[in-house]
Write a protein that binds this ligand. Structure first.
Ligand SMILES: *Cc1c(COP(=O)(O)O)cnc(C)c1O
Length: 374
């Protein structure tokens, strides 16, 4: 029976003030407009390998009633083989986003429990980088320390970070997007190593786009006890829909994360799809090659149209368009059924982030840019 005399006047007040005031993460739009060319969320334009689709179909039967393997054991063993480590070095998540969130709970003292001092409650990252980090910090009630990248989106040299005092070498948790998003800029492993060695807390090297780049820092996760490398099947492996990502790092960090993991955090079809992906890596390497070739071509042609195109080691490019404000370009391209991404925050408000699509989509983008440019 409904309670006719409930004392609760405003159910909004049942929600914690921190949550009520939270600015939630805003994912890129997924509109269902016919004929729209979607270059706004860095999805891979090529489908998963036919072997992956077949494996998912073959697993779709009465077994859906069963719980999946709770620790994604086979997948972790297969990933360990790929990266030359042990299964205990690996934890799999419902996308790497889930693991990035779990890291706040495993490594960072929430407000009110900071016995170990300020640093123990601090989450740190560069700006601009992945816009999820400040949201995760806010949800956890953590203190954030945000330091600007330099004008070319480079990481300021260690000596400068030391001198400026703005960087916190004792922060409990530091996120580094490498290659960087939304700029696409890649970083040398030697540079990342120096930074990781200087940090007292945990450093997560978020390598969501690393397969489109020149270098990766996986070796650091296996050599330095405070470093976790985050990878995802979403972008390079065309598997956004299935939500599978993983961390590699020291077994002590992985065990800490594993303690707070939901028992069945990685769905069964996701495990099947990721395993099948690892059985067909040459298919994906060919896709990386194609995306990179298209990226370089689009960059050259947009440069010829007067765009400033930043060098990219990812499957997107950050460009500063000519003639009109970036925000206006967003609308003008959308009117031509091309959806790209524009971020309103100051460091990148003059830029558009464009995901690299197929060659056909690239041609359509270039045609639309020429038409807008006049
Ligand atoms: C897309 C993305 C992720 C998250 O990927 P999942 O789909 O959650 O695995 C993490 N970091 C960065 C920088 C990304 O762009």
């Amino acid at each position: 029976m409904a309670n006719p005399k409930s004392e609760i006047r405003n159910p909004k007040e049942l929600v914690r003030p921190l949550v009520r005031e939270l600015h939630a993460y805003v994912p890129g739009e997924q509109p269902k407009i016919k004929g729209l060319i979607k270059l706004n969320t860095n999805e891979n334009p090529y489908p998963p390998s036919p072997k992956v689709i077949a494996a998912v179909k073959a697993a779709t039967d009465g077994r859906l009633r069963l719980y999946p393997n709770p620790t994604a054991q086979l997948l972790r063993e297969r990933l360990a083989k790929l990266h030359g480590c042990k299964a205990e070095n690996i934890i799999v998540g419902n996308g790497s986003d889930e693991l990035l969130a779990m890291a706040t709970r495993a490594f960072v003292e929430p407000a009110g429990t900071r016995r170990a001092g300020q640093h123990a409650g601090t989450i740190q990252f560069f700006s601009p980088s992945y816009s999820l980090y400040p949201v995760l910090a806010a949800i956890h009630g953590a203190q954030t320390n945000v330091v600007s990248l330099d004008r070319d989106f480079g990481i300021p040299p260690l000596a400068l970070l030391r001198k400026s005092k703005a960087w916190d070498f004792r922060a409990a948790l530091t996120y580094v997007t490498t290659p960087n998003a939304p700029s696409g800029r890649g970083y040398r492993t030697a540079e990342l190593e120096a930074l990781c060695r200087a940090q007292k807390g945990v450093v997560i090297l978020d390598e969501a786009y690393v397969d489109f780049g020149e270098e990766n820092a996986m070796a650091l996760a296996l050599r330095l006890p405070n470093v976790l490398v985050a990878r995802t099947f979403s972008k390079a492996y065309s598997l956004c829909f299935q939500r599978v990502g993983y961390f590699v790092g020291h077994p002590a960090l992985i065990a800490g994360l594993d303690k707070i993991r939901d028992s069945y955090n990685v769905n069964g079809l996701g495990q099947v799809a990721a395993l099948a992906t690892l059985e067909d890596l040459p298919y994906y390497r060919e896709n990386f090659r194609r995306v990179i070739a298209t990226r370089e071509r689009v960059g050259r042609e947009l440069t010829a149209l007067g765009f400033k195109v930043l060098p990219s080691q990812t499957n997107f490019i950050l460009v500063r368009p000519p003639r009109f404000a970036a925000r206006d370009w967003l609308g003008k391209l959308r009117a031509r059924k091309i959806l790209v991404r524009w971020f309103r925050y100051p460091a990148v408000k003059d830029y558009l982030r464009i995901t690299i699509g197929t060659d056909g989509e690239a041609d359509a983008l270039l045609r639309a840019c020429k038409a807008v440019n006049g």
